[in-house]
Structure formats: structure tokens, C-alpha cells
Ligand binder design. Structure first.
Ligand SMILES: CC(C)(COP(=O)(O)OP(=O)(O)OC[C@H]1O[C@@H](n2cnc3c(N)ncnc32)[C@H](O)[C@@H]1OP(=O)(O)O)[C@@H](O)C(=O)NCCC(=O)NCCS
Length: 184
């Protein structure tokens, strides 16, 4: 089951926050966070216009994630709000269910405070004790330096490069770096 429980952390600025399993009743706050991030973050696949999920769909998505043995959704939250979200999903077929892909984002005002590190460490802790999961993978824009730094710090290595995988507009192409970390 996609459940991490909860763990307390302290940000670089001294503020406390908790990393915990995202629950279906977090749906509205997770949606608000993701909408804000899709509107400003340049290194994401989904555009703001494409992000049309309703609160009901988000709630269903979080419930399905909670119920699945190889999936997990985590939030980082202060006393008052959800400030970051991470989702990990393993493969749907038998031969790829030992590995999965993560995506994550931190609310703009809370970046570079160690929140992303805490979220990803929590995912790796969950994955290391999950009997199904052996490998955590991700794809990141080659020019997303803060994200690549974070992944390398936590032991991810580069496995390849998908050239011009992203076309943001005419002549605006970006490469995608494939990264992964074994957790078995
Ligand atoms: C990528 C992201 C999740 C990182 O979260 P975060 O909370 O800022 O991460 P942390 O503060 O734990 O760590 C960021 C690291 O990048 C480093 N960093 C930040 N900006 C940097 C830059 N311009 N150049 C080099 N390193 C940089 C920080 O110093 C920090 O490393 P350190 O802990 O060794 O000092 C966050 O920036 C984000 O949400 N970005 C928008 C969405 C996104 O791009 N998601 C990733 C998709 S693959």
C-alpha cells in the first residue's frame, strides 16, 4: 500500500514541516498547489492549459494511489498549508512493476530550503522497504539544474539523454535526462 506515515523535518530557514502520505481529502489543496506550479515552472511536461483535473478526479487519483502496492503520493506540509507534492508510480505490467517513475514539485516560495530533499529522501525510504520496488526512475529537463543537483545528491545517476524530447514552441527544444537509483 502507498503509505509512508509521517515524519517531521526542519527547513534550512528553521521552519518545521512534515512529510506524510497524501490522503484523498488533501485533493483540493494538492490541486491548488499543482495549478500554481504548472502556471510558473518552466521545466514541466504538462502545460497550464492541459491541467484540467477536477477536485473529484484528484481525490480518486489519491485514493487509487493509496490503495496500490507500488504507488505513493507524498506531501510536505507546514502547520497551515501543503507546500510540496511528490508522486511515484510503478509499471503496470508484470515485467516492469519492479520500477517506477517519480515527479515532484515544491511551492515557489519554499524552494532551496531542503523541502525537495526531505520529500525525495522519504520516497527512497519507502521504496527501500517496499518488497516490490527495486528501481526509482525519473526524466528531467537537461537545463533544470536545481532538480538535477538534488537527484545527484541523493544518489541518482544519469542513464541517458533524449535529445529534443521537448518542443515548447518553434525552435525551443529541450533535451530530457534519464536518471535512476536502485533501491534493492
Ligand atoms: C526541483 C525542486 C523540486 C527542488 O526542490 P527544493 O525544495 O528547492 O530542493 P532542495 O532545497 O532540497 O535542494 C535544491 C538543491 O539545488 C541547489 N540549487 C538550487 N538552485 C541552483 C542553481 N541555480 N544552480 C545550482 N544548484 C542549485 C540547491 O543549492 C540545493 O542543493 P543543496 O541542498 O546541496 O544546497 C524545486 O525546485 C521545484 O519544485 N521546481 C519546479 C518543479 C520542477 O522543476 N520539478 C522537477 C521536475 S523533474
Amino acid at each position: 500500500m502507498g503509505d509512508f506515515g509521517a515524519k517531521k523535518f526542519t527547513a534550512k530557514n528553521g521552519e518545521g514541516f512534515t512529510v506524510r502520505t497524501a490522503l484523498p481529502n488533501d485533493a483540493a489543496q494538492v490541486l491548488t498547489l499543482n495549478k500554481a506550479i504548472f502556471a510558473e515552472a518552466p521545466y514541466l511536461l504538462t502545460t497550464q492549459a492541459e491541467f484540467t483535473i477536477t477536485p473529484e478526479q484528484e481525490q480518486q487519483f489519491l485514493q487509487q494511489t493509496l490503495d496500490a502496492p507500488g504507488k505513493i503520493a507524498l506531501v510536505a506540509a507546514t502547520e497551515t498549508e501543503i507546500i510540496a507534492f511528490l508522486h511515484f508510480e510503478n509499471g503496470h505490467r508484470q515485467r516492469i512493476q519492479h520500477q517506477g517513475t517519480l515527479s515532484m514539485s515544491v511551492k515557489r516560495e519554499f524552494r532551496n530550503e531542503g523541502v525537495g530533499t526531505a520529500l525525495l529522501k522519504s520516497l527512497l525510504e519507502w521504496a527501500e522497504t517496499n518488497p516490490l520496488i527495486e528501481k526509482v526512475c525519473l526524466e528531467v529537463f537537461a537545463d533544470n539544474i536545481p532538480a538535477i543537483n538534488l537527484y545527484k545528491t541523493l544518489g541518482f545517476t544519469e542513464e541517458g539523454l533524449k535529445k529534443r524530447a521537448i518542443k515548447k514552441s518553434n525552435h525551443d527544444y529541450h533535451d530530457l535526462v534519464l536518471m535512476a537509483r536502485f533501491v534493492d
